[in-house]
Design a protein around this ligand. Structure first.
Ligand code: NAD
Ligand code: IPM
Ligand code: MN
Length: 370
């Protein structure tokens, strides 16, 4: 059996807490003979700043480059509020994404049946919800230059961020969205603001052409990003695959998270281009952050992190059956009533991060694919 090299980057806040739970699942996969891993753990974000003075050392980046896949917990927190902007914890994650070329961020928002009640929306609006947000991850306003704060003559300041997209960047993310839609319901909605932004004009033009030239079997709809945000809470099930730029994808995926009950439920895959050997760089991480408000308390929901491992098995290692087993175990665990605090009904008892991890491993042991 192939041994996969996994680099674990727990990071900050609840990152190490949810990573400890996914490690239980990694161990279970080995014991069950479904996949064997060689894991190595390293520092990223604030934890790396504390030790190395930088949120991502060159040595860690080299390990990430050499790994078959990376699992990342979360970075950031108030402890590092005072560090230089270039050296803040988030800069480490952004460098990983950029330097490894992880341009395609898949953020599936699935409402598990037992959690329809936990959503911020009425259960009938989210029951059966299964949407896939495809977020462009290495371009746009996150990386465009200039990006600066300058002091004006009168002593006041001027800040600038720059939104940049090229044809090639839009083409490749559009292909990812259309290819995914073909394996799902065959529908893509592309969100931008072509009514205000030049990048929106180019985005719509390129997505339209890629659709016409390569994917005319898929139904394509264009939607303005502000309307898209509204539609996501009005009638989310109208969407299947959604494709959008880096910033809109960041914001709209947090909205989508609440449809599923909690930000603690949303996994993600950040994928690079497929190379000549048929492999691609990939990093898997929850959509949520380091949650400083609950860090260290054992309240964090580890499902987004464990779901990210399932995505890793599916997208990096072709182990779709093992991924299905993990997702089925999560489904059954939730159906049994197990709830961390974020998905518990007000007043109901909640279990800890570790108890949720153990409950999922017990369900894995109990077996069954669905
Ligand atoms: P956050 O996602 O950390 O938390 C937002 C809210 O959701 C908090 O109330 C938190 O308790 C809750 N929450 C998040 N994950 C949860 C989980 N697994 N279980 C239960 N509740 C959960 O966002 P924030 O508070 O705006 O940001 C905190 C820090 O995290 C910032 O430094 C930010 O830059 C960073 N961040 C990092 C990532 C990442 O590493 N990928 C993502 C988002 C934010
Ligand atoms: C996310 C986070 C990151 C982003 C931050 C931490 C850089 O919010 O992964 O959603 O904005 O992309
Ligand atoms: Mn975010």
């Amino acid at each position: 059996m192939t041994t996969y090299k996994l680099l674990l980057l727990p990071g900050d806040g609840i990152g190490p807490e949810v990573m400890a739970e996914v490690e239980k699942v990694v161990g279970w996969l080995g014991k069950a003979g479904l996949a064997t891993f060689e894991t190595e753990t390293d520092l990223v974000g604030g934890a790396a700043i504390d030790t190395h003075g930088t949120p991502l050392s060159d040595a860690t980046l080299a390990k990430a480059d050499a790994a078959d896949a990376i699992l990342l917990g979360a970075v950031g927190g108030p402890k590092w509020a005072g560090v230089d902007y270039e050296l803040r914890p988030e800069a480490g994650l952004l460098r990983l994404r950029k330097d490894l070329g992880l341009f395609a961020n898949l953020r599936p928002a699935i409402c598990y049946p037992a959690l329809a009640e936990a959503s911020a929306l009425k259960p009938e609006l989210v029951e059966g919800l299964d949407i896939m947000i495809v977020r462009e991850l290495t371009g746009g306003v996150y990386f465009g230059e200039p990006k600066a704060i300058t002091t004006l003559e009168d002593g006041s300041k001027r800040a600038v961020d720059t939104q940049v997209y090229t044809t090639a960047e839009i083409e490749r993310i559009a292909h990812v969205a259309f290819d995914l839609a073909r394996k799902r319901s065959g529908r893509v909605a592309s969100a931008e603001k072509n009514n205000v932004m030049k990048t929106g004009v180019l985005w719509k033009e390129v997505v339209t052409r890629i659709h016409r030239e390569h994917h005319s079997d898929i139904a394509l709809e264009h939607v303005l990003a502000d309307n898209c945000a509204m539609q996501l809470v009005r009638r989310p099930k109208q969407f299947d695959v959604l494709v959008m730029d880096n910033l809109f994808g960041d914001v709209l995926s947090d909205i989508a998270a609440m449809l599923t009950g909690s930000l603690g439920m949303l996994p993600s895959a950040s994928l690079g281009a497929v190379d000549a050997k048929g492999t691609r760089k990939a990093l898997y991480e929850p959509v949520h952050g380091s949650a400083p408000d609950i860090a260290g308390k054992g309240f964090a929901n580890p499902i987004a992190m464990i779901g990210s491992l399932a995505m890793c098995l599916r997208y990096s290692f072709g182990l779709g059956d093992a991924a299905d087993r993990i997702e089925a175990a999560i489904t059954r665990t939730l159906a049994s009533g197990a709830r961390t605090r974020d998905i518990a009904k007000a007043g109901d008892a909640a279990i800890s991060t570790a108890e949720m991890g153990d409950a999922i491993v017990r369900e894995l042991d109990a077996g069954g694919a669905a």
